[in-house]
Write a protein that binds this ligand. Structure first.
Ligand SMILES: Cc1cc2nc3c(=O)[nH]c(=O)nc-3n(C[C@H](O)[C@H](O)[C@H](O)COP(=O)(O)OP(=O)(O)OC[C@H]3O[C@@H](n4cnc5c(N)ncnc54)[C@H](O)[C@@H]3O)c2cc1C
Ligand code: SF4
Length: 407
């Protein structure tokens, strides 16, 4: 059999088949091997980071490589890919995939048995066959790949997809192969259809982050799921299920998830994940929420992304620093703050943006933990210039939010 993508399924199958000789073949939709990942752990002086593993995968696949050198002379063009949103940016529309007969049958079944669950079946617009998944991929390469890179981190109210590919559901269910997508992206660069910064950014997501997360999951399971390094134990707020909050950024993101089962990476990481991190929400509960709400949710990719990358609950194995940010980042990278009930410049007071007080409260709560993290050192040092009164005010504002459902 092919190795399963989920630890629990693999474990159960292996137990069931314990008396039968079974050959287990590598999963068909990944590029790396467990041996390559282990080798990185054992290489003296090599840091186990996505970036280092990504270089190994680039060399292995030959994608964006000229002999053993990366195209354009650099491995990673992320610095050019973090532009704030152009407020006039309107992404090309997504292709339409009206539900076929089988999908309609399944939708009716979901309504019958799970009608009271959050979300809606009304906006179903995902491909369910390889043929349509290829149409979705072509649409991305033709219309959005070129602009994918520069505005990859941007967030715009009412525009959930921007130039992202929306291909994860198809890659995760093996309708599309990551290497065929990378080869096509490389072709777009070679034929002048897409800029290198965008193509490299896209390739890095697929054979960098995706492979790294897959290997991290298998190396750390079953304990990964239980990690709670920062001892975060707050309950998930009610509004995560309904979108009923005055925080405009979170309302828009959660409404989008309820509508499409999707939010792009930066919304997941820097809005939803960031809020969960700085508010101290319990990692297991947060992971379960993501699992319940997203179209592309699988244990192997949720756990490293939510418990590892977003919540730092693994102590820094997946990401060397926590992705914690105040309203400053959100205001720079989105158009949410204009028109929000809260003031992004304030940390204290009834109209102060909750992201600010929670951010500083998070740093104070974990000051000792981050003091020795070279990537957090400067941020944490910022606390020393704050007065005692300011710190007390921040703590009481955070406490107030906690007690009042984060409102
Ligand atoms: C909190 C959180 C939860 C996430 N949960 C999931 C999940 O359940 N399922 C899932 O597939 N991805 C998950 N991701 C990773 C990433 O956000 C999604 O893969 C991506 O947003 C899917 O949208 P897209 O296809 O438009 O991606 P694009 O931005 O167009 O990226 C291209 C492809 O690269 C891959 N990719 C990109 N980033 C990652 C990553 N960090 N890990 C693994 N693959 C990646 C995906 O296959 C994706 O389709 C999560 C990230 C975070 C921060
Ligand atoms: S002010 Fe705060 S809550 Fe409102 S949109 Fe900006 S970051 Fe979000």
């Amino acid at each position: 059999m092919m190795e399963q993508s989920e630890f629990g399924v693999q474990d159960r199958l292996q137990k069931m088949l314990s008396n039968i000789p079974v050959a287990i073949f590598p999963h068909c939709n990944f590029v790396s091997t467990a041996e390559e990942f282990e080798k990185l752990h054992k290489t003296p002086d090599a840091r186990v980071t996505m970036e280092n593993f990504y270089h190994i995968m680039r060399k292995k696949t030959g994608i964006l490589m000229e002999a053993d050198k990366p195209f354009g002379g650099a491995w990673n063009y992320d610095k050019q890919n973090r532009l704030p949103p152009d407020k006039k940016l309107i992404a090309p529309p997504q292709p339409a995939f009206p539900p076929d007969e089988i999908t309609q049958e399944v939708i009716a079944m979901v309504e019958r048995y799970f009608g009271d669950h959050p979300g809606t079946t009304e906006n179903w617009n995902y491909a369910v066959t390889r043929k349509d998944a290829l149409v979705a991929a072509k649409n991305f390469f033709d219309n959005r790949l070129n602009e994918f890179g520069p505005h990859q981190d941007a967030m715009l109210h009412g525009q959930p997809f921007l130039n992202h590919s929306i291909l994860s559901p198809y890659v995760n269910t093996c309708l599309l192969h990551p290497v065929e997508l990378c080869v096509e992206a490389e072709h777009c660069y070679k034929t002048g259809k897409a800029q290198l910064t965008s193509v490299e950014g896209f390739v890095r997501q697929l054979i960098g982050w995706r492979e790294f997360m897959w290997r991290a999951y298998w190396r750390m399971m079953p304990d990964f799921k239980k990690k709670n390094h920062l001892n975060a134990n707050e309950k998930l707020p009610e509004f995560f299920w309904s979108g009923d909050t005055k925080m405009r950024c979170l309302k828009d993101s959660i409404d989008t998830v309820l509508e499409h089962g999707y939010a792009h990476h930066i919304v997941r990481l820097m809005l939803l994940g960031n809020f969960a991190l700085i508010a101290g929400l319990n990692p297991r509960e947060t992971n379960d929420w993501f699992h319940a709400m997203f179209i592309d949710g699988y244990d192997w990719v949720m756990i490293p992304n939510v418990i590892g990358m977003s919540l730092h609950a693994d102590g820094g194995y997946v990401g060397t620093k926590p992705y914690a940010a105040s309203a400053n980042y959100i205001n720079k990278m989105s158009n949410y703050c204009k028109g929000c009930h809260y003031d992004p410049k304030k940390a204290i007071g009834d109209d102060a943006c909750p992201f600010n007080s929670l951010y500083w409260d998070f740093l104070m709560r974990n000051e000792q933990e981050f003091a020795n993290n070279h990537r957090m050192f400067t941020v944490v040092r910022g606390l020393s210039s704050k007065t005692k009164e300011w710190k007390t005010d921040i703590k009481s504002r955070a406490e107030h939010l906690r007690k009042n459902g984060w409102k």
